[in-house]
Write a protein that binds this ligand. Structure first.
Ligand SMILES: Nc1ncnc2c1ncn2[C@@H]1O[C@H](COP(=O)(O)OP(=O)(O)O)[C@@H](O)[C@H]1O
Ligand SMILES: [Mg+2]
Length: 235
């Protein structure tokens, strides 16, 4: 079975989709065979990769139909988008296990999730090997992570990744220190800095490495993946 990594935080706007896309794209650029599953009917993974909404995730789980989009020879996407059915409330661990035969060809499966609590989110967390939690550096963020950790076993958390780090504001540092104190040993070694080019890249349907390899986020995401792969091996 591949390494299955869920990117989750119950808060919206924490950077889940951006992080999922970059982890998937970065791993695939290093030659790994990667599947990105969009588990959010907002369908932002497709938009961020320059595609239209799709129903690939829903078709795979609800109908056993497998038709991923090839982003590159080593990178497939199961796209999502608006749906008439609330399919994500029918997803269970046995269903994921039953449909797992499709994913055995990949080395990594990265799952982007919708904010909030849902049966899909709970099931993929159970199914995964590890969870990555992007956290924005604002007051409610630590409370949100405490809330989430009530349903995610600590040993399954690969790391909390502080996002939107802004060196110019003292407040960002204060919140980061607060999160560090509350979750010792759980933070990734380097935060992802605030970088407006990430938004421009998504709008252009590209990853930061393709849009502007000199952007701070290009370095930060490179380091994140390096850390992720090495700490994955240790766990
Ligand atoms: N480090 C960052 N710096 C600046 N903007 C970011 C950063 N990470 C994400 N964004 C932007 O913030 C917004 C929310 O990110 P998104 O990945 O959609 O969060 P979520 O999936 O958790 O709702 C998007 O417009 C995205 O481009
Ligand atoms: Mg999202």
């Amino acid at each position: 079975m591949p390494n299955i990594v869920v990117v989750h935080n119950r808060k919206g706007g924490a950077g889940k989709t951006t992080m999922s896309i970059h982890i998937a794209d970065g791993l695939s650029k290093s030659g790994q065979k990667v599947l990105l599953i969009d588990g959010d009917s907002q369908g932002n993974c497709a938009l961020g990769l320059g595609l239209n909404f799709g129903t690939d995730t829903e078709d795979w789980l609800m109908r056993g139909r497998w038709h991923p989009h090839a982003i590159s020879p080593t990178f497939d996407l199961l796209a999502s988008g608006p749906s008439e059915e609330v399919w994500w409330e029918s997803v269970t661990l046995p269903l994921l296990a039953k449909q797992s035969r499709w994913i055995t060809a990949y080395e990594w499966v990265i799952i982007d999730t919708a904010p909030g609590d849902s049966l899909f989110n709970r099931a993929v967390i159970q199914w995964s090997s590890k969870v990555i939690i992007p956290a924005n550096l604002q007051f409610y963020s630590a409370a949100g992570v405490i809330n989430l950790l009530k349903s995610v076993p600590r040993e399954r958390v690969l790391g909390i990744v502080p996002n939107f780090y802004d060196l110019r504001t003292k407040r960002t540092l204060e919140v980061l220190e607060n999160i560090k104190a509350q979750f010792p040993m759980m933070l990734s070694p380097r935060p992802i800095r605030q970088c407006v080019d990430l938004e421009r890249a998504s709008e252009a349907g590209q990853s930061i490495w393709d849009w502007n390899p000199h952007a701070t986020a290009a370095d930060d995401y490179y380091d994140l993946i390096e850390w992720m792969v090495s700490s994955y091996g240790e766990n």
